[in-house]
Design a protein around this ligand. Structure first.
Ligand SMILES: Nc1nc2c(ncn2[C@@H]2O[C@H](COP(=O)(O)OP(=O)(O)O)[C@@H](O)[C@H]2O)c(=O)[nH]1
Ligand SMILES: [Mg+2]
Length: 243
C-alpha cells in the first residue's frame, strides 16, 4: 500500500485517513519528484497585459487562476519557496497581467489576473475575458490551470465564467482550496466534500480537490507532487508544435 503522506499534515492529524488534506494520494516517489521539481531557482520571465505580448511557448506551463485575493501569488511563492517571487497584494484587483515564471527545468508557472473584483469597470472585465480566452485557446504548452478557491467561501457563481472558459477551450483544470488554515478540520472536511460534489456538474474538471495553506505550508508538497505527476504524463506525449 502507498504511504499516505497527507496524514502527516496538520489538518489531517487525528482525523483518520478519510479527512486528509487532499482527496488524492501520492506515492513517496511522486512527493520526492515534486520536491525536486521546485527545489531550484525561479525567476520572472515575462508579464503580458494582452494577447500580443505573450512570451513564446516554451516547456510546460501550469497556470493559477482564481478571484482577486484568493491567494494565487502566495501559492506560487509557497510552491517555489521564494517569498518575493510573485507579488502578494492586500489590494484586490491589482494584477491585470499574466505573469510568467521559469525554474531551472522545463516547467513554467503562470500567475493569471484575478477576477470577481466588484469595483472593476465593465470595459476592463471585457478586456480580461478576451485576453484569458485567447490565452487558453492558443496555448499548446499549457498543461493545466489550477482554479484556486478560498476555502472559507467555496466555489461560487464568480468562478463560473472561468470554469466555462476552461471547459470551452478544453484545457485541463483542477480546483485547489486556499487559506485552509482559516478553517478547522471539520469545516475543511465539509468544504472538501461539498466542492467535490459541486464538480459532478462539471465533468470537464479534473476530479479531486487539493487543500492548501500558503501561510502554514499545508498541502504544498502534495500540490508539487500533483504537478510532478502531470509533468511526467505530459513528457510521455509528443511535443506540441513550437511557435
Ligand atoms: N490565512 C491565509 N491568508 C492567505 C493565504 N494565502 C494568501 N493569503 C492572504 O490573502 C491575501 C491575498 O493574497 P495574494 O496571494 O495576493 O492573492 P492573489 O490576489 O490571488 O494573488 C493576502 O493578504 C495574503 O496574505 C493563506 O494560505 N492563508
Ligand atoms: Mg496576485
Amino acid at each position: 500500500m502507498q504511504s499516505r503522506q497527507t496524514t502527516r499534515d496538520g489538518f489531517a492529524a487525528g482525523q483518520g485517513t478519510t479527512t486528509a488534506m487532499t482527496t488524492i494520494d501520492f506515492s513517496r516517489d511522486e512527493m520526492e519528484s515534486g520536491r525536486k521539481l521546485f527545489a531550484g531557482e525561479w525567476r520572472f520571465v515575462a508579464a503580458a497585459a494582452n494577447e500580443t505580448s505573450l512570451p513564446p511557448m516554451r516547456g510546460i506551463e501550469i497556470a493559477f487562476a482564481g478571484r482577486s485575493n484568493v491567494g494565487k501569488s502566495s501559492l506560487i511563492n509557497a510552491l517555489t519557496g521564494r517569498k518575493g517571487l510573485a507579488r502578494v497584494s492586500r489590494v484586490p484587483g491589482r494584477t491585470q497581467e499574466l505573469i510568467f515564471f521559469a525554474g531551472e527545468g522545463a516547467l513554467r508557472l503562470v500567475d493569471m489576473p484575478g477576477y470577481g473584483y466588484a469595483a472593476a469597470a465593465k470595459s476592463r472585465v471585457a478586456a480580461w475575458s478576451a485576453m484569458i480566452r485567447a490565452y487558453l485557446r492558443g496555448r499548446a504548452t499549457l498543461a493545466r490551470v489550477y482554479v484556486l478557491v478560498d476555502a472559507r467561501r467555496g466555489l461560487s457563481a464568480t468562478d463560473e465564467p472561468m470554469l466555462d472558459a476552461l471547459e470551452q477551450a478544453a484545457v485541463s483544470h483542477q480546483i485547489v482550496l486556499t487559506k485552509c488554515d482559516e478553517l478547522d478540520g471539520a469545516a475543511l472536511s465539509v468544504r472538501l466534500t461539498e466542492t467535490t460534489a459541486a464538480l459532478v456538474r462539471r465533468p470537464a474538471a479534473f476530479p479531486g480537490v487539493l487543500a492548501t495553506s500558503a501561510r502554514h505550508g499545508s498541502g504544498i508538497a502534495e500540490l508539487r507532487a500533483a504537478i510532478a505527476r502531470l509533468v511526467a504524463e505530459r513528457r510521455k506525449r509528443p511535443a506540441p508544435p513550437q511557435q
